[in-house]
Design a protein around this ligand. Structure first.
Ligand SMILES: Cc1cc2nc3c(=O)[nH]c(=O)nc-3n(C[C@H](O)[C@H](O)[C@H](O)COP(=O)(O)OP(=O)(O)OC[C@H]3O[C@@H](n4cnc5c(N)ncnc54)[C@H](O)[C@@H]3O)c2cc1C
Length: 412
């Protein structure tokens, strides 16, 4: 890794944001042969937050040499169990989906957010093709002939293209005046790491409650704690406030209760996190000389573990669109940006709307909606080909690719 000191420097591509999406984008873009600067400060800790990454994402990470270091810090997820815990009249029976049904050893890996960011940072710091700049971008000047980024430490970066992984309030998106639609849900997610008496057997268990999912995801064992899971528990904000004020043992007892004692006695390890649930989508995922990746262009609640998986596909598509492009040619850049827009649109829309609908059906407490959700899950469970198609789509989306290929003017 090189470090930039001069007040003004030039790179082909500036990646903004040192969260997981920005780091993965920078590593992927460095493979395209362009010079890359990553501008961002090391993010603070996200207590109790983990990300489950599916096989499709792991294949992209493998191409970047990131799968092996990830495997060292992650737990394997071999199956997903869904339990309707809404007390609805139309409650389908619990459903267990396992990776071997679609010929895989595992659906993916679950890893603490802070650990994946630290691992990606370490890899990035060892890459001579990337210049890391510990600063924030204050403002951008997007012009027809290039982009200038003005940093908060007084430096200026000239580049041909910006790839922005600068989070849900994305300054790059604002500078490019890309419109967004934002909404909120009456839910807060409490996150934490739990030690428990009974094994998880490599299975994620998602209880669907009337207030949203209550999910246990396998975590790697440690010497002191052989059985660990991460918790994501959605609930009304007032309940989250009450629960966060409890003593750890009292809260552990509520978690045991809510899990119907499936995991036996529970102990909370370390700090808990609390995250208000919101949604955001952008009218476009690109602008002139700009591509958005990760939460800069999609935010939704953690149902079905989709967020960073989508962010990884954003980064992979940004690198694909810019690979081999002559960045001194404005028309070639316009075409690459248009290709990125087309390849990402359907995938992001399907995930954002799908998660929104599922979350709202849980919150609805309305019989016809319960009926449709119950019938939907029962059909997916019972009809073999549908079941396998949905499992495959969950881990390596192809529907969005098909739609993107049918879009007018598509190359594919
Ligand atoms: C409770 C919970 C559970 C989740 N579980 C899963 C899961 O199991 N699987 C999954 O795939 N996803 C999951 N997600 C979603 C996932 O965590 C997010 O999609 C992911 O962390 C977003 O990463 P990001 O890099 O896009 O954004 P961020 O992590 O927000 O990073 C953005 C970065 O940009 C930086 N930045 C901001 N402004 C500037 C600037 N001007 N200049 C430079 N840098 C800037 C910020 O400091 C930050 O470091 C979950 C989310 C939640 C809330």
């Amino acid at each position: 890794m090189a470090t930039a000191q001069a007040p003004q420097q030039k790179f082909d591509i500036l990646v903004a944001g040192a969260g997981a999406s920005g780091l993965i984008a920078a590593i992927a873009l460095a493979r395209t042969g362009h010079s890359v600067a990553l501008v961002g400060k090391t993010p603070g800790p996200l207590p109790g937050r983990t990300v489950a990454l599916f096989e499709g994402s792991l294949r992209h990470l493998d191409d970047l040499g990131l799968r092996e270091p990830l495997e060292e810090i992650a737990a394997v997820v071999k199956g997903i169990r869904i339990i309707d815990d809404t007390s609805s009249l139309f409650r389908p029976p619990p459903a267990l989906f396992t990776a071997d049904e679609i010929g895989l050893d595992a659906f993916g890996l679950n890893v603490p957010n802070d650990d994946i960011v630290a691992m990606l940072s370490k890899v990035l710091d060892s890459m001579r093709e990337i210049t890391r700049i510990e600063a924030f971008v204050s403002t951008y000047d997007f012009r027809a002939d290039g982009v200038t980024a003005f940093l908060d430490d007084g430096r200026e970066i000239e580049c041909a293209v910006v790839v922005a992984g600068d989070g849900r309030n994305s300054p790059a998106r604002k500078a490019a005046k890309i419109e967004i639609k934002e909404w909120s849900y009456p839910q807060t997610a409490i996150t934490g790491i739990l030690r428990h008496r009974r094994p998880h057997d490599g299975i994620t268990t998602e209880f669907h409650t009337r207030f949203g999912p209550f999910t246990f995801v396998p975590m790697p064992s440690t010497d002191e704690a052989p059985r660990r899971s991460s918790l994501v528990w959605l609930m009304p904000p007032a309940e989250a406030k009450r629960r966060l004020a409890l003593k750890p043992r009292e809260l552990a007892a509520e978690i045991e209760d809510q899990s119907h004692y499936r995991y036996g006695a529970i102990e909370i390890e370390g700090s808990l996190g609390a995250f208000p649930m919101a949604g955001m989508r952008t009218l476009k995922v690109s602008g002139p000389r700009l591509m958005l990746v990760g939460e800069a262009c999609h935010v939704f609640p953690p149902l079905g573990a989709q967020g960073l998986n989508l962010g990884i596909r954003d980064s992979a598509d940004a690198a694909l669109a810019l690979d081999g492009v002559d960045l001194s040619n404005a028309k070639a850049i316009d075409s690459a940006v248009a290709e990125f827009e087309k390849s990402r649109r359907a995938d992001i829309d399907i995930r954002t709307r799908g998660v929104d609908i599922l979350n709202r059906t849980l919150l609805a407490d309305f019989l016809p909606v319960d009926f449709l959700r119950g019938v939907g899950l029962a059909a997916v469970t019972a009809i073999g080909p549908l079941r396998r198609a949905i499992l495959r789509e969950g881990i390596e989306p192809t529907l969005a690719r098909t739609l993107a290929n049918f879009a007018p003017g598509s190359r594919g």
